[in-house]
Design a protein around this ligand. Structure first.
Ligand SMILES: Cc1cc2nc3c(=O)[nH]c(=O)nc-3n(C[C@H](O)[C@H](O)[C@H](O)COP(=O)(O)OP(=O)(O)OC[C@H]3O[C@@H](n4cnc5c(N)ncnc54)[C@H](O)[C@@H]3O)c2cc1C
Length: 524
């Protein structure tokens, strides 16, 4: 890219929202540039509860329009990204003395069903105490009075959802610069006119009459000296990842914590359990947020309370995830009451500049549509609208195509690997398989299921640069029980052997990856 290329639109940040906006814009025919400080999806989008959900809890705050929109998007994602988004049953056990009684939960779930009329997912069920214990035998029976279940959806790898949004954007003409930090938004005569950036290759910049600041919890930092009232008041949320334990649930559990009556999730995920989240105001650098001892003890104790088989869980935490929700700045009131609805802020001090506040993983597509609608009056030429409502993600495939591809890949690469590839890459597994047919790329990394071809695919087809990018957000081995620490040295060695990295680079990448693992509490 030339130093001063001119675009119609620059999107700052390649989290789920920036990626979706860039996709929508590129499909609408806008010449679009995405600039990302780190890697695709390296921010909040990788630290969520991984649910594609209406947000049952938001009903308590009467956010009916948000719930309705989220439920519509949930249905769309089940259809347009079936390789990544799957139905998930969630059970709500109710214990004596709970803040939300059975009737209240029943009313909430009835409303949830009503707001998602016509959905493909099963409807709610209610359970007596004995029925629930039969349905979920590991539950603590003490004080249990009954419960209910309902369906939402889970995205095992939101990281891949973001990558695929970017893939579609680039396939439709967008340009992507990763590991490139926007250092300043240029303003001239009250108009935003471009950005300056810094990367390992040096300083640079690009011009555009429209700029969308989708930097998540870093939105205010990106605005720098541009006059604005504070937009983001992030809240920190942490999860622990643990192995399954005796009696651990096969469905998700959404249950009130004994300590503070906040509902939290215990979710079967990736062959493990994902437990969270906490929700507390956070003022530091979002990139440095980590779980603290109190949050960790809270999640462990509350899980042990609901599942006696979890006793001693504190010693079995595999790793943790912490993210900062980019919520609107509201200095007072409870964290849980801050709206999860997105806002698109137009900047008077820099016309043509818009900042995104909030926005759930679930509603990224609708948010992108909303942003394009807001930009409409300022676009250089008329643009088509609502282009993603029926557009599958690049890895999406029908059930029949999935079975055929699975059979073909299983015959060539083994059943387990074929299953994993389809869950990670969907249809794009065929591209990985084509690379794996080359003798130098067909070898597994150590004893793992991951092939060298997956690393090369990540680098050549999906803009991965570092070992962290590859393991955490491309081949997804970094989310295995060992945080990818077993496969990491083999991956670095394979890339050295292919002469993509020299020995010094491989050592540096490995050391950085081990530091990352330590920050996530993964045992080295
Ligand atoms: C604990 C937790 C649980 C959640 N659970 C769910 C859930 O289950 N379901 C759901 O729908 N939502 C959930 N959410 C909300 C959802 O994850 C976030 O709202 C969403 O991921 C925000 O995406 P984003 O693209 O706006 O921000 P981010 O993903 O943070 O992306 C912003 C990007 O901007 C980049 N950036 C920052 N500064 C610069 C710069 N100067 N130059 C260039 N790039 C820059 C960052 O590197 C980052 O990649 C959860 C959030 C948290 C924290």
């Amino acid at each position: 890219m030339r130093a001063e290329e001119r675009y119609d639109l620059i999107v700052i940040g390649a989290g789920i929202n920036g990626a979706a906006i860039a996709r929508e814009a590129a499909l609408a025919g806008l010449k679009t540039l995405i600039v990302e400080r780190g890697d695709i999806s390296c921010g909040t989008s990788s630290a969520s509860s991984r649910l594609i959900h209406g947000g049952l809890r938001y009903l308590e705050h009467a956010e009916l329009d948000l719930v309705r929109e989220s439920l519509l998007e949930r249905e769309r994602l089940l259809r347009l990204a079936p390789h990544l988004v799957e139905p998930l049953e969630l059970c709500i056990p109710v214990y004596r003395g709970a803040r939300r009684g059975r009737w209240q939960i029943g009313v909430g779930l009835a409303l949830y069903d009503l707001l998602s009329a016509g959905k493909s997912l099963p409807r709610r069920r209610s359970f007596t105490r004995d029925e629930l214990l039969r349905h979920m035998p590991g539950l603590n029976a003490d004080g249990l009075v009954g419960g209910a279940s309902y369906y939402d959806a889970q995205v095992r790898y939101p990281e891949r959802l973001v990558v695929e949004n970017v893939c579609d954007a680039v396939a439709n003409g967008a340009t992507l610069e990763t590991h490139t930090r926007v250092t300043r938004i240029r303003v001239d005569g009250g108009r935003a006119v471009g950005v300056d950036w810094q990367s390992a290759r040096g300083a640079g910049g690009a011009a555009a009459p429209l700029i969308v600041n989708a930097a998540g919890p870093w939105v205010d930092d990106v605005l720098g000296s541009i006059r604005h009232t504070r937009l983001i008041g992030g809240t920190k949320g942490s999860h622990i990842v643990v192995p399954r334990f005796e009696g651990s649930p096969r469905s998700g559990v959404y249950v009130e914590a004994g300590a503070d009556q906040r509902p939290f999730f215990i979710l079967p995920w990736n062959g493990l359990l994902l437990i969270g989240t906490t929700d507390e105001r956070y003022e530091g650098d979002a990139g440095l947020a980590t779980i603290d001892a109190r949050e960790r003890a809270y999640l462990v104790a509350e899980t042990e309370r609901v599942f006696p088989g979890a006793a001693g869980l504190g010693g079995r935490v595999l790793y943790t995830h912490t993210g900062v929700r980019p919520l609107p700045y509201e200095p007072r009131g409870s964290e849980g009451a801050i709206t999860r609805r997105h806002l698109v802020r137009r900047h008077r001090a820099a016309r043509g500049l818009y900042s995104i506040v909030g926005g759930k993983l679930t509603t990224h597509r609708a948010l992108a549509e909303d942003v394009l609608r807001k930009l409409r009056g300022e676009l250089p030429r008329p643009a088509s609208r609502n282009l993603t409502r029926e557009r599958p993600l690049p890895g999406a495939l029908s059930a029949a195509d999935r079975s055929a591809l699975l059979a073909e890949l299983a015959a060539r690469f083994g059943e387990r690997r074929a299953q994993r590839w389809l869950a990670v890459y969907g249809r794009r597994a065929a591209d990985v398989a084509a690379l794996a047919a080359r003798p130098e790329l067909g070898a597994p990394l150590g004893d793992s299921d991951v092939l060298t071809a997956e690393l090369v695919h990540g680098i050549t087809a999906e803009w991965a640069v570092t070992l962290e990018d590859l393991l955490q957000r491309r081949c997804m081995a970094g989310l295995d029980a060992d945080f990818g620490l077993t496969v990491a040295p083999a991956a670095a060695a394979a890339l050295t052997q292919l002469e993509l990295w020299d020995a010094a680079r491989a050592a540096h990448e490995l050391a950085s990856y081990r530091e990352l693992a330590a920050r996530h509490g993964a045992a080295g």
